[in-house]
Design a protein around this ligand. Structure first.
Ligand SMILES: C[S@@+](CC[C@H](N)C(=O)[O-])C[C@H]1O[C@@H](n2cnc3c(N)ncnc32)[C@H](O)[C@@H]1O
Length: 353
């Protein structure tokens, strides 16, 4: 079976110009069913994996989200069809944490999962406590009430790369650089939507400034806006506001690769064996969400959002002390030096479409 670099070489050879938009490369590197980093099944996250997520820190993240989902259910008048919907559920750990925290309350849990191998791994862990759909399109017919949640999902979507060339923005394509390596070269935009997005980018940057455009994220939030449920949408990810995203200090963009807890910008090396990821442009995400009828309820550093979410629970513990493991998790999730500052949380309100 061919490795991912060989698959890329074959695809490059099959295109007339011998080059591919970076978004297609990232799609293959992450989601090729055999050789993509996320293709073959859920990899270990946390200490034994390549990176930590708020989920891999421990069950507290799920517990806080369970309490928030419960509040949403109550605010909607406790409807019977209320469903917690998760996308990017990986090995089902967050679903398990949320369901355990709900302690037998009969709330439905639905996972949006396109990859059959992931569904298999999730079913092994969760049994019949959850149901699945393959894509957001299935949510256009129901449920009617819901709480959608995802952690580190849009940072894993394939992105286009664009570079400011002094007079105009151009797209970056992958091509071969000899028999062993690849390089990025500039070209015209590969699709009209990218050209439209690029029109809104700043033009007072130094030539060579490179950044990512996450068209998949924009399509995703539009799909969510058109889903049938009313309720709330919770998105946690690392990301930036537009002015941080376009800052001179980020002239190389935010695309990074992760392997065994080491992070660097050599994104064309070891394709398929490293996680590739970018920061979310939250300003652009919120703008698109609001254009499609979603309402921003809360957007802040993860430390502050989870701190506020935890308040009623911490108050209810008055007089009792937190066990050491829970205390450590709370610190990791909320302290600015750990995940409290680099991660941000966005809560959107969703009326019926
Ligand atoms: C960085 S991991 C985060 C995993 C988990 N949510 C966590 O926080 O530990 C990104 C996950 O998103 C999944 N993913 C990417 N695109 C997806 C899509 N369109 N639908 C569902 N899952 C997707 C990947 O398979 C991967 O499991």
């Amino acid at each position: 079976m061919s490795s991912l670099p060989q698959i890329l070489r074959d695809q490059l050879a099959a295109t007339p110009a011998g080059r591919l938009p970076f978004a297609q490369v990232m799609e293959l590197a992450l989601y090729h069913p055999e050789h993509g980093y996320y293709g073959a099944g859920p990899r270990k996250l946390g200490r034994q994996g390549d990176f930590f997520t708020s989920v891999s820190v421990g069950p507290l993240f799920g517990k806080l989200l369970a309490m928030r989902a419960l509040q949403e259910w109550q605010a909607l008048g406790e409807p019977e069809d209320f469903t917690i919907i998760e996308q990017g559920a990986h090995d089902g750990q967050l679903a398990e944490d949320v369901l355990s925290a709900l302690e037998g309350r009969k709330l439905r849990y639905l996972i949006v999962e396109p990859n059959p191998r992931y569904r298999e791994a999730q079913a092994k862990r969760l049994g019949d406590r959850v149901q699945w759909v393959e894509s957001l399109a299935a949510l256009q017919t129901g449920p009617k009430h819901g709480f959608f949640l995802c952690n580190e999902l849009p940072d894993a979507f394939p992105v286009h790369l664009v570079r400011w060339c002094g007079e105009r923005w151009r797209e970056l394509y992958l091509e071969e650089d000899g028999p062993e390596a690849f390089r990025l070269v500039t070209g015209d935009f590969s699709c009209a939507e990218l050209a439209v997005e690029a029109k809104h980018l700043p033009r007072d940057l130094e030539p060579g400034h490179t950044l990512e455009i996450n068209l998949a994220m924009l399509a995703w939030i539009r799909d969510l806006a058109h889903a049938a449920f009313r309720g709330a949408i919770f998105i946690a990810d690392y990301g930036l506001d537009a002015e941080e995203f376009y800052a001179d200090s980020r002239a190389e963009g935010t695309l990074r690769r992760y392997k065994q807890h080491r992070m660097d910008g050599n994104v064309l090396e070891d394709l398929g064996e490293c996680d590739l990821t970018t920061h979310i442009n939250f300003t652009r995400l919120i703008e698109e969400a609001e254009r499609h009828g979603l309402k921003k309820m809360e957007y802040d550093l993860q430390g502050r959002v989870l701190g506020r979410m935890a308040m009623p629970w911490l108050k209810s513990l008055e007089g009792q002390s937190l066990d050491a493991a829970t205390m450590r998790q709370f610190q990791s999730l909320t302290h600015p030096a750990f995940m409290g500052r680099s991660f941000r949380c966005l809560m959107l309100k969703k009326a019926a479409p």
